[in-house]
Design a protein around this ligand. Structure first.
Ligand SMILES: [Zn+2]
Length: 222
């Protein structure tokens, strides 16, 4: 139990260390499906003051557990909606990172321009429609885009990013990589405009090659 709480705490700090979040915005959560328990960043706490014991704990219906001292993030219902509908995920991350937010405002997906993007996501990072945060509006829109695209990072229109992973740490890593892809794309597209060269996405068959290698047993450590 404490390992998951530690992981959620570390993943939240990771967002801050990597400048993916500003002020008190953004959050990472993790779920223990056996216990039906979710750990998430507490509401309104600045990252520099975030201590492990402040991580909020809720049950699958969003009620704070007896052991939780802090109020959970106001985004908790969106995390819970994703956990309930996507049994394969163990962590959810939400940021308003800069370049991702630029694409959310422009309402265009981040195209696959580099092997680094192809490795991690294997497809463009999609943009959802704008939705308000009433009820399950955000969760339903994220689920719709996820089921259509299969991308575990989704740009929410006029808002920011939601990313999902097997663990809270993975979901935060996807947020970092999505921001990297958005920044590279932004500069490549702008520079291309300046020199009269239209930037083209990679070919689908090349994207698949990189993605498959990265997600095979050959990559990384045992
Ligand atoms: Zn937000």
């Amino acid at each position: 139990m404490d390992r998951l709480k530690e992981g959620v705490w570390q993943a939240n700090l990771y967002l801050w260390k990597n400048r993916l979040v500003y002020g008190t915005q953004g959050n990472v959560s993790g779920i223990d499906r056996d216990k039906g328990r979710i750990y998430i960043k507490p509401s309104g706490v600045a990252y520099e003051h975030l201590k492990k014991e402040m991580i909020a704990e809720v049950d699958i219906d969003g009620s704070s557990t007896a052991g939780s001292k802090m109020k959970p993030s106001v985004d908790t219902p969106h995390h819970i909606f994703l956990y309930k509908n996507l049994p394969e995920i163990g962590g959810v991350c939400h940021t308003h990172s800069k370049f991702i937010t630029v694409f959310s405002v422009l309402n265009i997906p981040v195209p696959v321009l580099t092997t680094g993007h192809a490795d991690v996501f294997g497809r463009e990072i999609p943009v959802s429609r704008y939705v308000d945060n009433v009820g399950d509006n955000i969760g339903k829109e994220l689920l719709r885009v996820y089921q259509k695209t299969g991308c575990n990072a989704i740009i929410l229109g006029r808002h920011g990013l939601f990313s999902m992973g097997e663990t809270p740490e993975r979901s935060a890593l996807y947020a970092l990589m999505a921001e990297y892809c958005a920044e590279v794309s932004y500069y490549a597209i702008m520079a291309g405009e300046n020199i009269g060269r239209k930037v083209q996405p990679m070919a689908d068959e090349e994207i698949s090659k990189w993605y498959d290698r990265y997600h095979s047993a050959r990559y990384g450590q045992k």
